[in-house]
Design a protein around this ligand. Structure first.
Ligand code: CUO
Length: 671
């Protein structure tokens, strides 16, 4: 009963592939018939496969089947790029399927899943194909390792129907002795980690150019991660912690420890832990083809700052490329991340990605202990680690340094003459006006697919996560002009800093988190805009984050067929910060901007566009022409010290509180 690799086959389906004998790996060829019979017996359908010339897997197989895989590792990127190209090049769906089946039995499972997902996401002929959710295929990346032994026991001994969900304790990675643990519920939120992983699936930084080169991808890298940091900072303030300290010196001990308590079922290894006060050192790991010195990091940093301060980037032919007011951030995003769209990767290096690697291998920089990488080196799990935020705070600081060089928005660039926001009210279901409410909720997750080769029925784990009560915005807008359109932009920030003082605008602007953005049509006179929190352009519904999380839970029809791209989006249950039991005071900011300056002409019908604030819209332009983060992405004009001074008539601020209730709501259907 050792855990097997998960089957790439929908649970409950009784279909098997009719695999041609020459597809089988050498060791299975002599017993091909027996294997086919064994699985064929239980199937009611055999799916024929087209016989193909096997793809060239040279290099790809150098990554063993029982090793861990990460996008950040250069050697892994190379093989992933090659495998993606194999899947993209397949001429038809039948060819793709045969290639996939051929590879599935040979290639590292994480690598296979990643490359196959990217291909399905980007091939025009696979847009309606479904992909098993990452959480179902690899639950070991998200769930306390102790749960698996208990789940297996449950699956083998207890008949389906009599099983009870296995509860994952909320505090399984540390205790309250560790300050950082106060926000572990946020870092380790399964939905948040899935979002982050999915984002990197949608925005690969290497592979084929056609899958990397997406509209404003460098800028969206900046913005999505900037908002993660802003949200994490608010979460910290809600829990009595200071804003995160950027990791700017990679020669100093790092006090933040992390003990993930995850086991990789594929690699049959525990994810390495990082004790307190580890110090980064030069990496020299031949096995991963990594050589990285701290001096490299210094050099790349200095060159990037040179570019920011001079406003000019040096291209790979020595040409000068100006960092322009609107597109500069996109170029800089590709440089810092870096992606293959970086205009000069030799010179500016691979700064952000290598930072992840540096910390990910801090426990074994020269591979003398034969240890694999830690969570920081894998975008599926890195958000769990406190250092993720320290590193990304540094990355964000670079972007902010650039933003500070841009012209300030003038009143004319902010105002929408004749449009005045006269009132804002939010109302949570069953609550008081302008009081938002949060609480703990438990949800169940079926582990059975990631557990065992043969489905033995559902085995549920029960986890506890933050949740917010649905709420409604009611916004009153006066329009003294003709009928016209506007873009309603809603943001939220804390009213006070960590010492309880009111903010200077130049600091508070970085704390604003985007809650929603949508077009409104304004008639002449008074308009009342009503908008529900679940309609947010930021979020996707709980069911889509987890997809089939619970068979008893109703899922929308679109949730299945459009999972591929639509799985990207901030989870609805994390829309609001936790707040405090006393009620956490926030500024709710609403702006109606001039639609003529925001609009992007394109037809987006038929594509899923919720969650587009962080994820864009597949194969389309980013649906807002303004700089991402507008109007908070730049330093304020002269004379503006406070939020109130920043406001133009088309903006308004309402004081609201977020009230946290320390109660746990049980799953709707199971108990
Ligand atoms: Cu998403 Cu560093 O980019 O983890």
């Amino acid at each position: 009963d050792r855990p097997q690799e998960p089957a790439f086959m929908p649970k409950g389906n009784k279909e098997v592939f009719d695999v041609p004998n020459n597809f089988l790996p050498e060791r299975y060829k002599p017993i091909g018939v027996q294997i086919a019979n064994r699985f064929g017996e239980q199937a009611n359908e055999k799916i024929p496969l087209k016989d193909i010339t096997p793809p060239d897997l040279e290099g790809i197989l150098d990554l063993g089947r029982h090793e861990n895989f990460s996008l950040f590792i250069p050697k892994h990127r190379k093989v992933a790029g090659k495998l993606i190209r194999i899947f993209l090049a397949a001429e038809s769906i039948d060819d793709l399927l045969s290639n996939a089946v051929f590879c599935r039995d040979r290639v590292n499972p994480y690598l296979f899943y990643y490359a196959f997902s990217v291909a399905l996401l980007h091939r025009p002929d696979t847009q309606n194909l479904d992909l098993p959710s990452f959480i179902h295929v690899f639950p070991d990346k998200y769930v306390d390792s102790q749960v698996f032994a208990r789940a297996r026991e449950e699956a083998h001994i207890v008949p389906e129907g009599s099983r009870t969900p296995i509860e994952i304790p909320q505090d399984f990675t540390a205790s309250d002795l560790d300050e950082e643990h106060r926000v572990a519920y946020w870092r380790e939120d399964i939905g948040l980690n899935l979002h982050h992983w999915h984002w990197h699936l949608v925005y690969p930084f290497e592979g084929a150019r056609e899958i990397v080169d997406k509209n404003r991808r460098g800028e969206i890298f900046y913005y999505m991660h900037q908002q993660i940091i802003a949200r994490f900072n608010i979460e910290r303030l809600c829990n009595g912690l200071k804003r995160v300290v950027k990791l700017s010196n990679w020669r100093e001990p790092l006090p933040e420890a992390y003990f993930p308590k995850l086991d990789s079922l594929v690699a049959s290894r525990t994810w390495p832990a990082r004790p307190v006060n580890q110090v980064p050192r030069d990496l020299n790991r031949e096995v991963d083809q990594i050589r990285l010195s701290l001096d490299d990091m210094d050099r790349w940093r200095d060159r990037i700052y040179d570019a920011i301060h001079s406003g000019v980037v040096r291209g790979d032919n020595g040409q000068n490329i100006p960092l322009t007011e609107f597109e500069g951030i996109d170029v800089l995003g590709n440089i810092i991340e870096s992606s293959i769209l970086s205009p000069n990767r030799n010179y500016y290096g691979d700064f952000h990605n290598m930072g992840h690697i540096l910390i990910g291998y801090i426990h074994d920089p020269d591979h003398r202990f034969l240890e694999p990488f830690g969570v920081m080196a894998d975008p599926a799990v890195d958000l769990r680690d406190p250092l993720f935020f320290r590193w990304h705070a540094y990355i964000d600081d670079m972007f902010q340094e650039f933003k500070a060089t841009l012209p300030r928005y003038t009143v004319a660039q902010l105002n929408y003459p004749g449009v005045t926001v006269t009132n804002i009210e939010v109302q949570a279901k069953g609550g008081k006006p302008n009081v938002l409410s949060t609480f703990w909720q438990q949800s169940d997750l079926d582990l059975s697919r990631g557990l065992d080769f043969q489905p033995r029925g559902s085995v549920f784990v029960r986890f506890t996560h933050l949740q917010n009560q649905d709420f409604t915005y009611k916004i009153t807008v006066n329009n003294s002009g003709n009928n016209r359109m506007g873009t309603c932009r809603i943001f939220l920030a804390p009213q006070f800093d960590e010492r309880g003082n009111p903010w200077l605008f130049r600091n508070q602007k970085d704390m604003f988190i985007e809650l929603d953005r949508f077009a409104v049509s304004l008639k002449q006179g008074t308009n009342t805009i009503t908008r529900h929190s679940t309609e947010s352009s930021l979020t996707i519904p709980f069911e889509r984050t987890f997809r089939n999380l619970d068979a008893n839970r109703p899922t929308g029809g679109d949730a299945l067929s459009e999972f591929n791209f639509c799985g990207c989006g901030w989870p609805q249950h994390m829309l609001l910060p936790k707040g405090t039991e006393a009620g956490y005071p926030c500024h709710l900011f609403v702006m109606i901007s001039n639609y003529a300056d925001d609009r992007v002409e394109q037809d987006t019908s038929g594509t899923c566009s919720d969650g587009d604030t962080f994820c864009g819209i597949k194969d389309k332009l980013y649906p807002d022409r303004r700089s991402m983060g507008y109007p908070f992405d730049r330093m304020p004009r002269d004379g503006v010290d406070t939020l109130q001074q920043f406001l133009t008539p088309n903006m308004r601020v309402q004081e609201v509180v977020i009230q946290f209730s320390n109660r746990i709501v049980k799953p709707r259907n199971r108990d």
